[in-house]
Every structure is written in structure tokens, then in C-alpha cells.
Ligand binder design. Structure first.
Ligand SMILES: C[C@@](CO)(OP(=O)(O)O)[C@H](O)COP(=O)(O)OP(=O)(O)OC[C@H]1O[C@@H](n2ccc(N)nc2=O)[C@H](O)[C@@H]1O
Ligand SMILES: Nc1ncnc2c1ncn2[C@@H]1O[C@H](COP(=O)(O)OP(=O)(O)O)[C@@H](O)[C@H]1O
Length: 284
């Protein structure tokens, strides 16, 4: 038997850091939504008690460092599954980009293995398991649009934002989430983006208000470390995107665009100096 699961990328429409916690994580408030750029997982049962990961991408770990491997190991241990699985990852989401590619693969593996092994685990239980693998995994279990708090695992579902184009551009650098959080000085943040304002904009289905409410305090850290991210932001604004922000800890920058006619100019303008550019829709 084979199970197929899509693992979409996320963007953070707003991200605020409230304080550093005693466990080393940061208390955050983020509004996240999914975009139509996905990895595809194929899961095939193996008679032997083993986990095999393969991928067409040459640049991700295929051993126990892979988050899909960790998801399979966790579910096997917790639910005493003695058969094995081969997980093939057809990667399309750029890696270490701020788009939660690894987290979404882990979430898709948990969803898929629940079906493959007929375990009957509820979504709420899958989210609890997912939190053991990473802060963004619980959101990736259910997807949609949500306000995340705690370290990212406490989720309040929201309606989807008004449909639009999303231009994603990733400069050729890999950003470490741990390093970015490690450099945040939570008590020195002067401008906090407002989750309330973004929630309000989404509930009112106002594209303009969504663009006005975009904000990410991690930009202060990543833009200082990598000026090319600032350059990408200003290029997207100059090319006509309606709202522009860095996603997560970066370095991917996204631009929201309401009019389809504007998309080719922005896409082609960015492709002139950046190889990794995508024009996608919100996953609504
Ligand atoms: C910044 C965000 C925004 O959505 O995403 P990415 O940029 O990674 O996609 C997330 O908060 C990232 O979530 P995730 O990538 O799952 O992080 P984890 O594996 O749990 O943690 C990696 C490291 O980041 C730091 N970390 C993470 C989450 C958090 N709320 N506070 C932290 O300080 C910790 O140092 C941790 O060791
Ligand atoms: N299935 C996976 N896909 C991508 N990266 C993975 C995967 N499993 C583990 N990783 C590792 O996780 C790290 C973060 O990758 P990713 O989840 O793509 O980034 P981000 O947290 O910025 O969204 C990378 O260093 C990568 O080597």
C-alpha cells in the first residue's frame, strides 16, 4: 500500500517575539498561512522494521537528521508499530528558507503514517506529537490560517486571507533559525507588529489592510546579518508588490500582489538577479 501526502510551505504574515522563556525558546505571536508550493511525500510500507528516506534533492539529510525520519521514528515508538516504511520526498520547497519545508514534511509524514498504519490518531494528538519535532510542526498538521502563540504550538484557527498572488524570492544563503532567535533582544524591540490588526484585516477580508498589517520582528536580526535580504525587499516594493515581508527567520522574502497583470513584471524583475523565485497563490 502507498500513501501520498502534500506538504505545503507556510509564510508568516506577522511575527512578534514577546520574551525569552526559561526553556530557551521565545514566546511568540504569529499569523501563518499556507501557499501553493509543496513537497510531495510517497510512503510505502516495508515488511522489515526500518525507516528509509529518499529524495530527488541532493541537499537534504536522508538519515535521522531528516524531520520526516524523526516523524516516522516517533510514531513507530509511541504506537508500537513493528513494520517499516520507505518515505520518498519530492522536494520543491527551498531548504532553510523560512518556509517550514522540513516541518511540513514532518507533519505530512505524521498524517500519512497515521493512515498507512491505520492508527486512528486524532489531529489534536498529531499536533501534540508534532510539537516534539519542532515549533512549526503543529501548525503544519492542520494548515489553513492560524494565530500561533506559545513557542508556536498553541493555535487559534482563523479564516483564510483574501486570495492573492504570492511572489517568493530566496537569496542564495541558508539562515539558521536558532542563530536568528539567539540574536533577538526581546526587551529592546521598539516596534511590535499587531496580531489583532492582522486578525481584524483577515476577518474583514481586506487585502489592503492585510498588506498594512504585515510585520516581522526577526527582520531586524536577519537584515543586519544579510543585507541582500533588504535589497530583495526594496526590489519587490519598487517592482510593484502591494505588501512585502520576510517570512519567519528568513531569508525568503514574499510579496503579496492582488492584480495578476503585475505578476510577470515582478517575477521577471527579480529573476534578473535572484535564481529562486516563485509566483504562487495562497492555499485557500
Ligand atoms: C521562525 C519560525 C517562524 O514560523 O519559522 P522558520 O523561519 O524556522 O521557518 C519558527 O518560529 C521556527 O520554528 P521551527 O523551525 O519549527 O523551530 P524549532 O525547530 O522548534 O527550533 C529551532 C530553534 O529556534 C529557537 N526557537 C524556536 C521557536 C521559538 N518560538 N523560539 C525559539 O527560540 C530555539 O533556539 C530552537 O532551538
Ligand atoms: N525533510 C526536510 N526538508 C528540508 N530540510 C530538512 C528536512 N529534514 C531536516 N532538514 C534540515 O532542517 C533545516 C531547516 O530546514 P527547513 O525546514 O527547510 O527550514 P526553515 O525552518 O527555515 O523553514 C535544514 O538545515 C535541513 O538540513
Amino acid at each position: 500500500m502507498k500513501i501520498y501526502e502534500k506538504a505545503p510551505a507556510k509564510i508568516n504574515l506577522m511575527l512578534d517575539v514577546l520574551r525569552k522563556r526559561d526553556d530557551g525558546y521565545h514566546e511568540v505571536e504569529m499569523i501563518m498561512t499556507m501557499v501553493d508550493l509543496s513537497d510531495r511525500l510517497t510512503m510505502s510500507e516495508l515488511p522489515r522494521d526500518t525507516i528509509i528516506i529518499s529524495s530527488q534533492a541532493g541537499y537534504i539529510p536522508l538519515d535521522e537528521k531528516n524531520l520526516a525520519f524523526q516523524a516516522a521514528r516517533l510514531i513507530k515508538e509511541r504506537y508500537n508499530v513493528s513494520t517499516g516504511v520507505h518515505i520518498h520526498l519530492d522536494k520543491h520547497i527551498p531548504v532553510a528558507a523560512g518556509l517550514a519545508g522540513g516541518s511540513s514534511d514532518a507533519a505530512a509524514a505524521l498524517r500519512g503514517l497515521n493512515k498507512l498504519w491505520k492508527l486512528g490518531i486524532s489531529d489534536a494528538e498529531l499536533r501534540v506529537l508534532g510539537a516534539e519535532l519542532g515549533s512549526d510542526v503543529p501548525f503544519c498538521i492542520t494548515g489553513g490560517t492560524a494565530l500561533a502563540s506559545g513557542r508556536g504550538e498553541l493555535l487559534k484557527p482563523l479564516p483564510n486571507p483574501p486570495q492573492c498572488w504570492v511572489i517568493l524570492a530566496k537569496p542564495p544563503i541558508n539562515v539558521s533559525t536558532a542563530e536568528v532567535y539567539g540574536r533577538v533582544k526581546a526587551d529592546q524591540i521598539t516596534h511590535h507588529p499587531s496580531a489583532r490588526q492582522m486578525e481584524h484585516a483577515i476577518r474583514n477580508a481586506s487585502f489592503t489592510d492585510v498588506c498594512n498589517a504585515l510585520g516581522n520582528v526577526l527582520e531586524d536580526v536577519t537584515l543586519k546579518l544579510y543585507p541582500e535580504v533588504e535589497h530583495l525587499k526594496s526590489s519587490m516594493i519598487r517592482l510593484g508588490a502591494d505588501g512585502v515581508l520576510m517570512s519567519g527567520s528568513g531569508p525568503t522574502v514574499f510579496g503579496l500582489v492582488s492584480k495578476e497583470a503585475k505578476v510577470p513584471r515582478i517575477y521577471n524583475g527579480l529573476r534578473g538577479f535572484c535564481k529562486d523565485v516563485y509566483a504562487v497563490r495562497l492555499l485557500t
